[in-house]
Ligand binder design. Structure first.
Ligand SMILES: [Zn+2]
Length: 152
């Protein structure tokens, strides 16, 4: 079958379908852009298709929703009261997939940063995000996390 849409249109469509261009992710992108850092989005050739990849620095960034990615101990990650077994299996599956992607990226020599949604929702944390991100990217830490302190 012929490809009837341009790659740009297709990637926009995919983004819509997969709910990828989320507000927290856009925010992180804007910060990186303002910091003059070059990045690529959703690279399918990397484990877990990181939301943001900085190929020159071999840095992969995931912007994770706290609920869907089971942010431990986070107030945004409360288990729903209905159908607990269903949610437990689903969310644990997500967390396991995330963990495998992180391990695979690290094995390939990539550094991995997780930016949790709660960091974006925490006004105080958000104001320090540009510095936190650029400092981490310029560090040599193999694995990092940015999380907020505020509870919903
Ligand atoms: Zn969280």
């Amino acid at each position: 079958m012929a490809d009837v849409v341009t790659p740009e249109t297709r990637s926009r469509m995919m983004a819509g379908i997969r709910g990828k261009d989320t507000k927290p992710e856009m925010l992180v992108r804007r910060v990186l852009f303002a910091e003059g850092l070059r990045f690529r989005l959703h690279r399918r050739d990397l484990p877990g298709a990181p939301d943001i990849a900085l190929p020159g620095k071999k840095v992969a960034i995931f912007v994770h929703g706290c609920f869907w990615h089971r942010h431990e101990g986070c107030g945004y990650a409360k288990m729903p009261a209905t159908r607990p077994e269903f949610w437990k299996a689903k969310l644990e599956g997500n967390a396991e997939r995330d963990e495998r992607a992180i391990q695979a990226l690290r094995a390939m020599g990539w550094r991995v940063l997780i930016v949790w949604e709660c960091a974006i929702r925490d006004k105080e944390k958000l104001s320090t995000l540009p510095k936190v991100l650029s400092d981490w990217i310029r560090s040599d830490a193999p694995l990092g996390e940015v999380a907020g302190g505020a509870m919903p």
